[in-house]
Ligand binder design. Structure first.
Ligand code: FPP
Length: 232
């Protein structure tokens, strides 16, 4: 969700007002995904590298997460959204960890959109954590090293149990993955837009989905094979 800072600076406002507008865009996007019957949405709200931002900006973002959880939970419940967080939650304040645990428990049985918010998340961290978890199971004798395969590795990652993302959207004009869901996006279609995150709404989402619909997903096959036209 890139571009909050530039959106605010262009209006002569502090960067934090861009993050506030960013929360409004998250709300619109969650509503639009729920209306379109999308199964899962994962947003990158705060990376493991974002801790190095100025202290005041980090503090403002952390307060914003607590505030947004308090304010949005009711609508998420009404829309049967299942909310969960991915990332290294031990790096978060106890207050935020408690809000997260409460929100996850309250929405755990919802059967609508699966909405994941990545906070304190890094794709490499996720992979290393999964390796550690599997190594611990090997050390305890619960798992043999030769039993580790792509499926069991994926089950040890933060997005365990969710399908791999089909579509990866990055706003704000950058053409990078920047350490987001590195394992899971192996076959995702990448959509980059100059739109700054606070301006991202249902129309931008529909444009990304239309772009996705024009792609041919081949998974290593030839074009003819992928289209089911046989071919050798
Ligand atoms: C990147 O834009 C954005 C962030 C580091 C924060 C994203 C957080 C939100 C949109 C709030 C989400 C809240 C919830 C509850 C999910 P940037 O600041 O790097 O913008 P810039 O590239 O213009 O500087």
């Amino acid at each position: 969700m890139d571009g909050n800072g530039r959106w605010a600076e262009a209006r002569g406002e502090p960067r934090t007002s861009g993050h506030r507008a960013g929360v409004d865009a998250v709300r619109s996007c969650v509503r639009a995904c729920a209306e379109r019957g999308i199964e899962a949405l994962t947003v990158f709200a705060f990376s493991s590298e974002n801790w190095r931002r100025p202290e005041v900006e980090v503090a403002a973002l952390m307060s914003l997460f607590v505030e947004a959880l308090d304010r949005e939970l009711e609508e998420l419940q009404q829309n049967r959204v299942r909310l969960s967080f991915i990332g290294n939650r031990h790096t978060l304040s106890v207050r935020l960890q408690q809000r997260i645990a409460d929100a996850e428990a309250q929405t755990a049985h919802n059967d609508g959109l699966k909405f994941q918010v990545a906070v304190g998340y890094g794709g490499r961290w996720d992979i290393v954590e999964a390796a550690r978890r599997l190594a611990a199971r090997c050390a305890s004798g619960a798992l043999r090293a030769d039993e580790i395969d792509e499926a069991s590795f994926a089950d040890a990652l933060q997005l365990a149990g969710l399908p791999d993302p089909d579509l990866f959207i990055r706003t704000g004009g950058e053409h990078r993955i920047s350490n987001f869901l590195l394992w899971n996006v192996a076959y995702a279609e990448l959509h980059f837009t100059d739109c700054l995150w606070p301006d991202f709404g249902a129309n931008e989402l529909d444009a990304a989905i239309a772009d996705f619909a024009r792609r041919e997903r081949r998974y290593g096959l030839t074009g003819a094979q992928a289209r089911g036209e046989g071919g050798r």
